[in-house]
Ligand binder design. Structure first.
Ligand SMILES: NC(=O)c1ccc[n+]([C@@H]2O[C@H](COP(=O)([O-])OP(=O)(O)OC[C@H]3O[C@@H](n4cnc5c(N)ncnc54)[C@H](OP(=O)(O)O)[C@@H]3O)[C@@H](O)[C@H]2O)c1
Length: 281
């Protein structure tokens, strides 16, 4: 699909990956509806993008709230034109062992990454049906590989991947395409200082957000969208995990003392707002 002039709704636009996606798509002439809760961040981005493309706007909406999703529906109705793509990029993270995690925080994560994302997708379907619409869900490599310290986040991203696959098949005879993109660890405020330090110690690579954004641009520009996983050797690990999970079990068992040490560390001052800290007893 040619991106020039296309109307694209992007959630998580104020975040690290969302901003990089917005810059890439605006550079191709796409008209963006930037969704997030922090308008300050979104307005700065919108001002920057206006240099690239004349149209597009900011919507302040908490997607976990009915009122937030209705704000989005009202804006789409007011536009009176088809929606060409929805990119579900909003998400939160939770690093910590399950037994230390606050139940409300667990519920909040599932609500954001799964329930709200599904309900927002449902809301946009009538607008996407009016065009050859596309739905691109930003999942994670943790949506195919369970990792200690991220059990709730993994659960949410496994769910999102399942949702993407089923919806793609459900809409198989329609004009709407659905795809799932799984980045590996990426340098944004989603990852607390503890997660970044742990990744360094374990030798886990962390991409810059534009690596993910480039994949989004490729997927949306293609005639037919296909699911993608970002990063090597992560793609190999995912493959091994799907065939012989015991090999990954054993490898991660060896990493467990290091992961536990970071998971139990008191979060550093200024810990990322989108990383929900665990209760520390
Ligand atoms: N960074 C990574 O290592 C990594 C790896 C794989 C996948 N991912 C996925 O990539 C996506 C983007 O993550 P990121 O790294 O860019 O994180 P980020 O910088 O923390 O951004 C998260 C975005 O989600 C938005 N958001 C969170 N809760 C929301 C809510 N209730 N309503 C509306 N917007 C909400 C935030 O907006 P406001 O703060 O303005 O509300 C922000 O724009 C997420 O789905 C994440 O799971 C990230």
């Amino acid at each position: 699909m040619t991106l020039k002039g296309k109307l694209i709704l992007l959630t998580g636009a104020s975040g690290g990956i969302g901003q990089a996606i917005a810059r890439r798509l605006a550079a191709q002439g796409a008209r963006l509806i930037l969704v997030g809760r922090s308008t300050e961040q979104l307005n700065v981005l919108a001002r920057e993008l206006r240099v690239l493309v004349n149209e597009g706007f900011v919507l302040q909406a908490d997607i976990t709230q009915h009122s937030g999703r209705e704000t989005i529906r009202t804006a789409l109705l007011a536009l009176q034109e088809p929606l060409d793509a929805l990119i579900n990029c909003a998400g939160v993270n939770l690093f910590g062992f399950l037994e230390d995690s606050d139940p409300d925080t667990v519920a909040q994560l599932i609500n954001t990454n799964v329930t709200a994302t599904i309900l927002l997708t449902q809301l946009t379907l009538p607008f996407l049906h009016k065009s050859t619409g596309r739905i691109l869900n930003i999942g994670s490599s943790f949506g195919s590989l369970g990792y200690p310290g991220f059990s709730v986040y993994c659960a949410s991203k496994f769910a999102l991947r399942g949702f993407s696959e089923a919806l793609r098949r459900e809409l198989g005879d329609s004009n709407i395409q659905v795809a799932h993109l799984a980045p590996r660890a990426t340098n944004t405020s989603l990852n607390s200082d503890a997660v970044c330090a742990m990744n360094r110690e374990l030798g886990n690579a962390m991409d810059e957000p534009d690596i993910v954004a480039a994949q989004v641009e490729i997927m949306l520009s293609a005639k037919r969208m296909r699911d993608r996983n970002v990063g090597w050797p992560e793609r190999l690990f995912l493959r091994i995990n799907s065939i012989v999970p015991r090999i990954i079990d054993n490898a991660l068992r060896g990493q467990l003392p290091i992961i536990r040490r970071y998971a139990q560390r008191i979060p550093d001052a200024g810990v990322a707002t989108n990383t929900i800290s665990t209760r520390l007893s």
